[in-house]
Design a protein around this ligand. Structure first.
Ligand code: ADP
Ligand code: ZN
Length: 185
């Protein structure tokens, strides 16, 4: 299959937890697969929720993915005829993921990344922040605040842990609006 275009680009899908980033990523990738484009999806090793070699949304929508430990494993796995490269949980990759995405887009690939824009303290995740600046398209999604029902753009950690990365979902994190978000817990 030939490339869809000589010119690639970067799409960023971002927002808080439960905002539907993975669903949106899966939707875009599925449509490309239906259009018979060659699609590869990568995810970092750190996130082993639900399944190892799939990306999986909170409502259990799934797609096959290649699990990598480091961003430098990605380029050797991308083939000339691949059209679309999906990257899940981009905030958990090492910082070289930004150059990997740039290289792929510069070489004609459609690169779709999904990732959290903020950590549990409301601080930006650097990879997502930098890719938002680099990208041609940015989609910021919102969840529903579990406290008040307003639109939520924050991820509230509901367990007392100081590490920036604590992998987990239901019971450890909640979607909250800016009014109900409390980084002090
Ligand atoms: P993300 O990748 O952004 O964490 P997912 O795509 O995995 O989000 O999951 C989105 C789904 O999570 C929604 O379609 C819905 O079924 C579920 N969900 C659970 N809690 C919420 C919430 N507070 N607001 C919105 N959706 C929620
Ligand atoms: Zn609220």
């Amino acid at each position: 299959m030939r490339h869809i275009s000589d010119v690639g680009w970067i799409e960023v899908i971002t927002g808080c937890m439960y905002s539907g980033k993975t669903e949106e990523l899966i939707k875009r990738l599925r449509r490309a697969i239906i259009a018979k484009q060659s699609v590869k999806v990568f995810k970092p090793m750190i996130d082993n929720r639900y399944s190892e070699d799939k990306i999986s949304s909170h409502n259990r929508n799934m797609l096959e993915a290649i699990v990598v430990r480091h961003s430098d494993e990605i380029l050797p796995l991308v083939e000339e005829n691949d059209d679309v490269i999906g990257i899940e949980e981009v905030q958990f990759f090492d910082e070289k993921i930004i150059d990997v995405c740039k290289y792929l887009a510069d070489n004609g690939k459609r690169v779709i990344v999904a990732g959290l824009d903020q950590d549990y303290l409301g601080q930006p995740f650097e990879n997502t922040m930098r890719l938002m600046a680099e990208a041609e398209y940015v989609t910021k999604l919102l969840a529903i605040c579990v406290k008040c029902g307003n639109l939520a753009n924050r991820t509230q950690r509901t367990v007392k842990k100081k590490d920036r990365i604590v992998v987990g979902s239901v019971g450890m994190y909640e979607a909250r609006c800016r009014k109900c978000f409390d980084p002090e817990l």
